[in-house]
Write a protein that binds this ligand. Structure first.
Ligand code: VGL
Ligand code: ZN
Length: 208
């Protein structure tokens, strides 16, 4: 695969809380890092996303009575999974993992910053209406094909890739550069959904 200056790599949420020992650890989450570092070196255009919640965030089970992590609730924008407290603004858990080496990234897009709404996608918050501004940034830079890597495959990577497509970009997911949480079959559901939307999941060897 030849990477052009209209392509960009979007590295999703490679933060301590999603890695081993973190508050919402994706099994083997940190194992994506060597793959991401290698592939990122091939891209001129890279951005990072960072899950970045206030401590009273609506997605935290601890902010609801009689609820536990991984329960679900109905909010005005639909169903919401409740998570352990994670990626609290300015906490160590919210920092990028120290092994992530992508110094040439041009933008860090923080999401999930509003108390009353979660944001899995880097493009729209979970009401599917409130934009983060990322589409405008990418369009103004003239980037058309977006390659996705990071955590978690079945949440933030999935919804970011699907919204990218909806926003008029081409989206590709790099398989070995992602890992999933897998709640109630969510990894299989993600493969199915990506396939049905025509979003390719490619092996990392395509870049070397
Ligand atoms: C994520 C659950 C809650 C993710 C973020 O980055 O996939 N998942 N917040
Ligand atoms: Zn979150």
């Amino acid at each position: 695969m030849k990477i052009s200056n209209k392509d960009a790599l979007i590295v999703v949420d490679v933060q301590n809380d999603f890695c081993s020992g973190g508050a919402l650890a994706v099994p083997g989450g940190e194992k994506v890092i060597p793959a991401i570092n290698r592939v990122a070196a091939k891209f001129e255009n890279v951005i990072l996303t960072q899950d970045w919640h206030p401590e009273d965030h609506v997605s935290f089970a601890s902010n609801h009575t009689h609820k536990r992590p991984f329960d679900t609730i109905e909010l005005n924008y639909g169903n919401q999974v409740l998570w352990p407290d994670h990626c609290i603004q300015d906490s160590v858990g919210a920092e990028f993992h120290r092994a992530l080496a992508v110094p040439h990234a041009s933008l860090v897009l923080r999401k999930g910053i509003h108390r009353d709404i979660d944001s899995y996608s880097a493009f729209y918050e979970n009401d599917h209406k409130t934009p983060t501004g990322l589409a405008g940034y990418l369009r103004e830079r003239g980037w058309q094909t977006l390659f996705f890597a990071g955590l978690a495959f079945d949440f933030c990577v999935r919804y970011s890739a699907e919204d990218a497509r909806r926003a008029g970009f081409d989206a590709v997911v790099i398989e070995e550069a992602c890992r999933g949480i897998d709640i109630d079959g969510s990894i299989a559901a993600t493969h199915h959904s990506l396939k049905s939307q025509g979003i390719p999941v490619v092996g990392i060897e395509a870049f070397f």
